[in-house]
Design a protein around this ligand. Structure first.
Ligand SMILES: Nc1ncnc2c1ncn2[C@@H]1O[C@H](COP(=O)(O)OP(=O)(O)OP(=O)(O)O)[C@@H](O)[C@H]1O
Length: 252
């Protein structure tokens, strides 16, 4: 059984079938990439995992619990965290403060759910935030204003803001979009590192095949709202259906 199980999900926008009977099974502890040409339905699917969209039909189960009908905040409390394409950071706060805020939000949210549980102190939250910044290679920038960071560092800061909540599932929407190659490689190494140290399951939407083939254990290929192939990376490369889907775009 997967940690994330999607069954027969359909989503229509007016006359457009954006998701067509999509099935997806993400195994715990793995990196699962979703690729496909522009308009394939990748973001629409991701939005169904975080409560931004509700499928017309089908089910989305995370860790044995249905996510349908939950608000984005409630989904976050179940252990799902999402890194957006455009960093959503507090530009006028320091890097460390940016990472402490979601840790406080997580603590206060879980306190509401379980008032008898152990409550993290401010010092514990600060320590955890510092450790997370180290994991994302940002420790030396902890006192910098977030607005002064490079684009790549801003994206890694947003990853740190998700990681500090100790999610079970991290959703990454084009984590290296707009980065130069050296910055992309650094991000790949950091994501591999947190995979080894924290064992978080990751779902990655990505156009950059270098990133996909460096990180993914499994790849799902979508086209026109449907899953066309799901397999290990070595079987995806050169797959005729995948080539066909990408005709006229970057070759896989
Ligand atoms: N809110 C919406 N209303 C109407 N149509 C939408 C909406 N969101 C997405 N679509 C359409 O649904 C289809 C799938 O879009 P989606 O953004 O999921 O594709 P994608 O695979 O993520 O593409 P890209 O790689 O370009 O981000 C597209 O044709 C898009 O125009």
């Amino acid at each position: 059984m997967g940690i994330l199980e999607v069954q027969n999900v359909n989503k229509r926008f007016g006359g457009l079938q954006a998701l067509n009977n999509v099935n997806l099974n993400v195994q715990k502890g793995t990196v699962h990439a979703i690729i496909g040409p522009n308009g394939a339905g990748k973001s629409t699917l991701l939005n169904c995992f975080v409560g931004r969209l509700t499928p017309d039909t089908g089910s989305v189960m995370f860790d044995g619990q249905s996510l349908l009908g939950l608000t984005p905040h409630q989904i976050n409390q179940t252990g799902v965290s999402r890194v957006f394409q455009t960093p959503e950071i507090f530009t006028d706060l320091s890097v460390l403060e940016n990472v402490m805020i979601p840790a406080f939000a997580k603590r206060d949210g879980s306190f509401r759910l379980n008032p008898f549980g152990k409550v993290q102190s401010e010092a514990e939250i600060r320590d955890h935030a510092e450790e997370t910044l180290r994991d994302m290679g940002l420790a030396d920038k902890r006192n910098m204003l977030a607005s002064e960071m490079s684009r790549g560092d801003k994206r890694r800061l947003e990853m740190a803001m998700c990681l500090v909540q100790d999610p079970k599932l991290l959703l990454l929407d084009e984590p290296t979009a707009g980065m130069a190659r050296a910055d992309t490689n650094r991000t790949i190494d950091l994501l591999k590192h947190i995979g080894e140290t924290r064992g978080i399951t990751k779902v990655v939407i990505e156009h950059d095949m270098h990133v996909v083939f460096s990180l993914a254990d499994t790849i799902t290929v979508m086209a026109q709202g449907a899953v066309i192939v799901e397999d290990k990376p070595e079987n995806i490369k050169g797959h005729p259906k995948v080539r066909e889907a990408y005709l006229g775009e970057a070759q896989v």
